[in-house]
Design a protein around this ligand. Structure first.
Ligand code: HEC
Ligand code: HEC
Length: 226
């Protein structure tokens, strides 16, 4: 095929996909705050068992090196429906998380409703996503990352592929969907009942300052641009 024709076909496909994704999110991204009926929860749970449990385990508690926990209170409290639904729809390229666009918006929404039934406390996604962007020194961030984070998340941030137990936080599939506030909160608070510990406060493995955490975020953002 002629290169120009191929390029333009690619562009068209790309635009068509982009539009479909926008329509999908416009309807699917709205808050699911309304309380779920028992019938809706049951449908969501069945869909979860059928499609997700093989990796994410019963009650979505996760399995180190296989798939992360989806029901820890920290993740649920800082993730918007747009983030969860978009991640499920698109998967995460170059990781073990496949895309589930074929399920359709309604089924994905039902799964998210089921996951949300494990939440404790209010959803803070709006507040967290409106935090200011990280500013800092990526070279310092890289030193912290290599010293503390890379054992679990991989030197290049490619996660399980590198043999670690942490997810692929250096790849676009993650970075292009989350806010700096989301990353910042996760580093500060960690995630209960997983190997992701808190990195701030007296109990923390390493008590990183706000600036050091921002340095790491700036470094991670640079990885997705390479
Ligand atoms: C074949 C295994 C597999 C299946 C099946 C699977 N996942 Fe995943 N999922 C993963 C992996 C691996 C990751 C982490 C990817 C990475 O390293 O970033 C992940 C990540 C996620 C995340 C991001 C979590 C976070 O901590 O940010 C969500 C949300 C998610 N999966 C939801 C689902 C849902 C819902 C289903 C079912 C519709 C599903 N997954 C099915 C393997 C799977
Ligand atoms: C002992 C291993 C370990 C170390 C060290 C570690 N992490 Fe994690 N991290 C994890 C695991 C495991 C998860 C996913 C939780 C799960 O499996 O449910 C995670 C999740 C995350 C997430 C959320 C990713 C997502 O997919 O939603 C971010 C962001 C993160 N870690 C950043 C860091 C940073 C930055 C450092 C270094 C300061 C660090 N982690 C150090 C194990 C680790």
């Amino acid at each position: 095929m002629n290169d120009d024709v191929e390029a333009s076909m690619f562009a068209h496909k790309h635009i068509a996909f982009g539009l479909a994704a926008m329509v999908w999110l416009a309807f699917g991204g709205a808050a699911l705050a309304e309380t779920a009926t028992p019938a809706a929860l049951k449908i969501g749970q069945e869909l979860f068992v059928e499609n997700c449990e093989v990796c994410h385990q019963a009650d979505a508690i996760g399995e180190p090196g296989v798939a992360p926990s989806l029901t820890n209170p920290e993740l649920l409290s800082i993730s918007s429906d747009t983030l969860l639904m978009g991640t499920i729809r698109d998967g995460r390229e170059d990781t073990g998380m496949p895309p589930f666009a074929h399920l359709g918006r309604k089924d994905v929404r039902a799964i998210v409703t089921y996951l949300r039934s494990h939440a404790r406390g209010p959803n803070r996604a709006e507040e967290v996503d409106s935090e200011s962007d990280a500013r800092g020194d990526p070279r310092l961030g890289q030193q912290w990352y290599n010293n503390i984070c890379s054992t679990c998340h991989g030197l290049a941030g490619d996660g399980y592929e590198a043999g670690g137990t942490g997810t692929a936080i250096g790849l676009p599939g993650f970075l292009n969907k989350v806010s700096d506030g989301f990353i910042r909160e996760t580093i500060k608070k960690g995630r209960s009942n997983t190997r992701m510990l808190a990195f701030q406060g007296p109990e923390a493995l390493a008590n990183l300052s706000d600036q050091e955490i921002d340095d790491i975020i700036v470094y991670l953002r640079g990885l997705a641009e390479e």
